[in-house]
Design a protein. Structure first.
Lengths: 276, 314
């Protein structure tokens, strides 16, 4: 039998605040199949549905319709903490991915429990575990291995984000989700975290789904770029097409979408005037 | 000196109350109001068992379990039935009032003549051949009963404190602390945060219940009034503890809470010495907690700008 797909999304649909004036149709039928080891970048404006897509995979959003399969298993209705065994996640906000009052070592120790049903009553940080953690932190090249007992809240955003990346991948996940994970960092830290991301993804051969605003990142990373608009995938670049992709082309595409939008609205207004 | 020994004893046994409040408010980061109820039910259950002839260790542990059950109820009301945490704590405390009265058959439970802690400690002291008329400390006579009780309370409070400290170092304890510190992170790395929340409230109110059980034995009776005001007392002790252990790692903070409680009781003893009536104690405690809570803000808003202005004028 063929190896199951790393991720399958089948006709995901979701509407927020249905039936009210604030109704937002965040997902209007999204399908996606990712082979193991694939790296997909999702681009889109605010409100395009890209975050909802990511949340549906993470389990923070249970879609009203459709299915989420990870490694062939239907996880659509699994609670978030159970899904964490299969899905590693790095957030946009560096404050969200780490517990500030726990030390670096303690944060990593909690993350090392991922995928187990219930944490046990053994000491979380034995000498052996500490050394293993220190070795992993050393690989970040930030000198944090000497500060394992520092509360994480004392670190910079870039350092915290790098550690979150380590935590998300310490137990190798089936899917790594990156939610604009460099958007809140200064350019230097962003570059550092992006470099680490590439390195870790390559080394662990992780299947990665990344959401970003940045055209440059979409061009540089991944082997497939999806452009989302109004809850749908409207462009899909892969293979040689993706390799030839330039940021200018993506920008042009976005302008096009914007123009279509404006026309849509004026057309809708015209129809309204005619028929109501 | 007797006042000091009393303050130390009360500090130790109420240290468990304060640690319970510490776990709920500081570790779990939630406003759990079950403490009053858990304290009362721990006291009443332990007293009822002692009155039936049980030994103080078993009675105290069961009292602690009763407090833990109260915490579990609050936790489940909040996580499963989505009741607001403040309301859940108030509901459980209110319901426990009736349960306490059922257990007490409507009246107080006197503990003289039972195997309650002070009497048992005194018997062991005398049985070990130690002086029947107590000891001289700083030129005052401390009765055998008082000194033996203080010594007995050291392990009674110390063992739970050590267990708590150890627990926080286990994988489970770490998952619980992560839940209180950053729920989003905890969930994202696979921690069942609802289960951790309930577990945290069981641990917190278990200690509060144990504190109540020891308190009833210390004062030699259980009645319905002793539930009231314990949460605020515990909070006052936690605040003092925070001040004593600023910036310390968790073990230091746990120790700080116990020392804060002893300090709190010494302050109370001092207040009684200078003539403050026991009736005014709750008022003083509430005033103290309020003062400490609003002080930093008041200083920032009123005092600091004036000092700066004065400094600027030279």
């Amino acid at each position: 039998m063929a190896e199951p797909k790393a991720l399958e999304l089948v006709d995901l649909r979701h509407t927020f605040n249905e039936g009210t004036v604030n109704e937002v149709r965040a997902l209007r039928g999204v399908d996606l199949v990712m082979e193991p080891g694939a790296f997909v970048v999702v681009l889109g404006f605010n409100g395009s549905g890209k975050s909802s897509l990511l949340n549906a995979v993470a389990g923070t959003l249970i879609p009203a319709h459709g299915k989420v399969l990870v490694h062939g298993e239907d996880v659509t209705h699994w609670p978030e903490h159970r899904r964490a065994g299969l899905v590693g996640r790095v957030f946009q906000d560096p404050l969200r991915g780490t517990a500030p009052r726990l030390t670096i070592a303690e944060n990593l120790a909690v993350a090392a429990q991922r995928g187990r049903r219930w944490p046990d009553l053994r000491r979380a940080l034995s000498r052996g575990k500490r050394e293993a953690l220190a070795a992993r932190v050393h690989e970040l090249g930030m000198g944090l291995e000497d500060r394992l007992d520092t509360p994480i809240g004392a670190l910079s955003g870039g350092q915290r984000q790098a550690l979150t990346l380590l935590m998300a991948t310490s137990v190798s996940p089936r899917i790594l989700l990156l939610d604009e994970h460099t958007a809140a960092l200064d350019p230097k830290s962003a570059e550092l975290v992006l470099g680490l991301t590439e390195e870790i993804v390559r080394k662990l051969k992780l299947t990665t789904l990344m959401v970003t605003h940045s055209m440059a990142q979409a061009v540089r990373l991944g082997d497939r770029v999806l452009m989302m608009h109004r809850g749908r995938v409207v462009r899909d670049y892969r293979g040689p097409r993706k390799r030839r992709l330039r940021a200018e082309e993506l920008l042009d595409n976005f302008d096009e979408l914007r123009n279509e939008d404006m026309m849509d609205e004026s057309a809708a207004g015209m129809l309204e005037r005619m028929y109501l | 000196m007797n006042l000091l020994v009393g303050a130390l004893s009360m500090g130790l046994l109420l240290g468990l109350l304060a640690l319970g409040v510490f776990v709920a408010f500081r570790i779990l980061g939630t406003y759990d109001l079950t403490a009053d109820g858990a304290f009362g039910v721990g006291a009443v259950v332990a007293a009822a068992l002692l009155a039936k002839g049980l030994d103080p260790t078993t009675a105290s542990i069961v009292g602690g379990l009763a407090g833990g059950a109260a915490g579990a109820t609050t936790g489940l009301l909040h996580t499963r039935l989505k009741v607001d945490i403040l309301l859940a704590g108030i509901l459980v405390t209110t319901a426990l009032y009736s349960i306490d009265l059922f257990v007490m058959h409507g009246g107080d439970i006197p503990l003289s003549g039972t195997k309650a802690l002070p009497g048992t400690a005194e018997r062991i002291w005398v049985g070990a051949g130690l002086p029947v008329d107590g000891v001289m400390l700083l030129d005052t006579r401390v009765s055998a009963r008082n000194i033996a009780t203080l010594i007995a309370l050291i392990p009674a409070a110390g063992v739970p404190v050590l267990l708590l400290d150890r627990f926080f170092r286990t994988s489970l304890g770490l998952a619980l602390r992560a839940t209180g510190d950053n729920r989003t992170m905890a969930r994202a790395v696979g921690v069942d945060v609802d289960a951790m929340f309930v577990l945290g409230l069981v641990a917190a109110n278990g200690m509060v219940g144990l504190s109540g059980a020891l308190f009833a034995q210390y004062q030699s009776f259980a009645n319905i009034q002793m539930s009231f005001g314990n949460l605020v007392t515990g909070l006052g002790c936690v605040i003092l503890g925070d001040a004593l252990s600023r910036g310390a790692p968790l073990r230091g903070r746990i120790l700080g809470v116990v020392l804060g409680t002893i300090l709190f009781r010494l302050l109370v003893a001092g207040a009684i010495t200078v003539g403050v009536g026991p009736n005014a104690l709750k008022l003083m405690t509430a005033g103290f907690v309020l003062a400490v809570l609003v002080m930093p803000d008041l200083v920032r808003r009123f005092l600091a700008p004036r000092l700066e202005a004065r400094a600027a004028r030279g």
